[in-house]
Design a protein around this ligand. Structure first.
Ligand code: SAM
Length: 218
């Protein structure tokens, strides 16, 4: 993603306290209080400009959504969407996914979405891929037992790597699609990257990966 420095971004984020949470550590274990209900919470890691979560939150008002994005210059567009559309079940965090367990308590999250994650094609950068085993351990920590990761990408190399990484971690792979837009999957909400790549004729890959840890704790 080409990043343009936006010197006003941090002030904008601080002003949009209804949608941008600037002190997420304080809500660890208490996100339901912030949303004012006990609906399930789904997060998207690397949410970019937020089109996917805005669409999902409008479509599923009984699910709370939180978008995690590293760059303030990118997340401002996502926050602006929530402000314009007044979406009550949507929040954004301008933080690094490496620190997810500082913001969410064990079992607090019901699903993780990864959409068009940066592929980091060089093997020496494998640890940065959001489907690397250390990230899978982090998601496991904050997800409910039997929680799921839903992953989409246009990148065949990242998809193959991720299937292997999920599988080696012991996740159950479901609904593997090698061509999502020509499959019978219904209700797909497109991300910004998905629109861009599919317009160029690229195939979209998708998989759901489920943690097999149900019943492993008393
Ligand atoms: N999901 C969006 C979409 O499909 O249109 C954006 C995809 S973009 C290629 C990947 C995004 O993930 C970037 O905005 C990047 O800043 C973000 N990202 C990458 N690593 C991250 C991390 N460790 N923590 C939070 N965000 C991250």
């Amino acid at each position: 993603m080409r990043l343009r420095h936006k010197p006003w971004a941090s002030d904008f984020i601080a002003e949009q306290s209804e949608y941008a949470v600037t002190n997420p550590e304080q809500y660890k274990g208490k996100w339901h209080e912030l949303f004012g209900n006990h609906h399930p919470i789904h997060i998207e890691v690397g949410t970019g400009k937020g089109q996917f979560l805005a669409g999902m939150a409008q479509k599923n008002p009984d699910i709370n959504y939180i978008g995690i994005e590293l760059f303030d210059s990118v997340i401002v567009a996502a926050i602006q969407k929530a402000v314009d559309l007044k979406i009550p079940n949507l929040k954004f965090l301008n933080v690094n996914a490496n620190n997810l367990s500082e913001y969410f308590a064990p079992g607090e999250i019901d699903r993780v979405y990864l959409n068009f994650s940066d592929p980091w094609p060089k093997s020496r950068h494998a640890k940065r891929r959001l489907t690397y085993k250390s990230f899978l351990a982090l998601y496991e920590e904050i997800l409910v037992k039997g929680g799921e990761i839903h992953f989409k990408t246009d990148n065949q190399g990242l998809f193959e790597y991720s299937l292997l990484s999920f599988s080696e971690y012991g996740l159950l792979l479901k609904y593997v699609s090698l061509d999502l837009h020509n499959s019978d999957y219904e209700g797909n909400v497109m991300t910004e990257y998905e629109e861009k790549f599919s317009e160029k004729g690229q195939r979209i890959y998708r998989v759901e990966a489920k943690y097999m840890n149900e019943g492993s704790q008393e």
